[in-house]
Design a protein around this ligand. Structure first.
Ligand SMILES: Cc1cc2nc3c(=O)[nH]c(=O)nc-3n(C[C@H](O)[C@H](O)[C@H](O)COP(=O)(O)OP(=O)(O)OC[C@H]3O[C@@H](n4cnc5c(N)ncnc54)[C@H](O)[C@@H]3O)c2cc1C
Length: 384
């Protein structure tokens, strides 16, 4: 059986969900096709929480996109009456030699974002639970915070379904050919035809389009730890603990406060080994736990012996430098490739959906950094 839509979006992670939202908002008919379920445990959007911050060092583009996305998330949560954003504040810590923080202050200032520069002493005074002998300064964003990731994506999808989106539970078979793609086939042998197809398949993109993306998107294994906080101790949750990023640490450690009583979250932002999103066993190894304990002893001493109450293995889908990929397929003219979130994409879901839909619906100008042509096969991360 073939069903026809104006648009078919494949993948119900944060990029696919917001793409479907904006395409649907134009009055078009839209199908959202998803293999494992919206924000499933294998998906990059399937984690409990994601930081939303304005600071991107000297990178003005992603600062602007974060500043655009945060109010859209907030308006959406207000409309559906679900408190899925927590204004925890976000703190970057580093040293004066780190141009990232100096550049960030300049760009945040120019963007009118609320932020303050803190000295190491001020950071010690405000957050005595943390110990950073290796830092000299920080940048604090009081209005930024944390999105409840999995629940947020599921809410965007559910809301779209209530507004006419057709949600299809199926795995899409990789399309091939040249020119205009007429239809996609699913593993259950159904067919969906559409005017345009948006493949927002995150870390699966290189499997679906190996000739184009095998050496342009690299999924890496990332491990996440949740520590049980001491009983009755509020120091590791809101309002005492912000989300923070230890930018001059070699593992680029970051942390989120104890939210919804899930535990104090710590993770390493440095890229892990390659991962297969379908088949990977998602269990952390003893070496990673040892590395975590070493970090806690030095920097969060009050939790050095705290029990691990949960661990997760997720994946980044990295482009060569961390820039997103939002562009047409080079040979299938009505197929769009949307991904390359590169460990920082979640917060930008609304801006990605808005940009993609304006490209498709109104042929809006393209941002060269998101083009396929700009993606190289070497790896030189530049976006933090
Ligand atoms: C540990 C971790 C921490 C992170 N922290 C942050 C953070 O603090 N802040 C931030 O902004 N970002 C963060 N990110 C990055 C962010 O989560 C990702 O960039 C974002 O979730 C990517 O979303 P996506 O929609 O592109 O991909 P996904 O969420 O992976 O969605 C892709 C979807 O496509 C579906 N799919 C794949 N193939 C098919 C097929 N053939 N047919 C049908 N469906 C298919 C999959 O099932 C999946 O649901 C983090 C990522 C990780 C892993």
């Amino acid at each position: 059986m073939t069903k026809h839509f104006d648009f078919a979006v494949i993948g119900a992670g944060v990029f696919g969900a917001w793409s479907a939202h904006y395409l649907l908002g134009s009055g078009a008919s839209v199908a959202l096709v998803e293999a494992y379920g919206a924000a499933n445990s294998r998906a990059s959007s399937g984690g409990e929480t994601r930081i939303i911050r304005m600071g991107y060092g000297p990178d003005e583009l992603y600062t602007r996109w974060s500043a655009r996305s945060l109010p859209v998330w907030q308006e959406f949560f207000a409309r559906i009456e679900r408190p899925l954003f927590h204004k925890t504040g976000v703190l970057w810590v580093s040293d004066d030699a780190d141009g990232h923080l100096a550049g960030m202050l300049k760009v945040l200032g120019e963007a009118g974002a609320v932020c303050e520069r803190l000295t190491a002493e001020e950071i010690r005074g405000r957050f005595p639970q943390l110990s950073f002998p290796d830092i000299t300064c920080g940048v604090y964003e009081p209005l930024s915070g944390v999105l409840m990731a999995r629940q947020s994506v599921q809410a965007v999808v559910q809301d779209a379904v209530e507004h006419g989106l057709e949600y299809v539970s199926a795995s899409v078979i990789a399309p091939s050919g040249k020119g205009k793609l007429a239809a996609i086939r699913t593993s259950s042998d159904d067919s969906i035809s559409a005017g345009a197809f948006v493949f927002a398949c995150g870390p699966w993109l290189p499997k679906l389009f190996p000739e184009v993306l095998a050496d342009r998107i690299h999924p890496t294994r990332q491990e996440v730890f949740f520590l049980g906080v001491p009983p009755g101790d509020g120091r590791y949750g809101m309002p005492h603990m912000p989300a923070w990023l230890h930018h001059n640490h070699p593992d680029r450690v970051y942390s989120l406060p104890d939210l919804e009583n899930r535990g104090f979250k710590v993770a390493f932002d440095v890229h892990g080994p390659a991962i297969d999103p379908d088949t990977a066993e998602r269990v952390v190894g003893p070496q990673a736990i040892e590395r975590l304990r070493g970090y806690l002893r030095q920097h969060v001493p009050g939790l050095k012996d705290a029990p691990l109450v949960e661990t997760r293995v997720c994946q980044y889908e990295n482009t060569w430098n961390g820039d997103f990929l939002i562009d047409r397929h080079p040979e299938m003219e009505n197929v769009w490739l949307v991904g390359g979130g590169s460990g920082h994409g979640f917060k930008h879901g609304p801006a990605v959906g808005e940009y993609l839909s304006s490209r498709i619906l109104r042929n809006a100008p393209a941002e060269p950094r998101f083009s396929l042509a700009a993606k190289q096969s070497r790896r030189e991360r530049a976006v933090y």
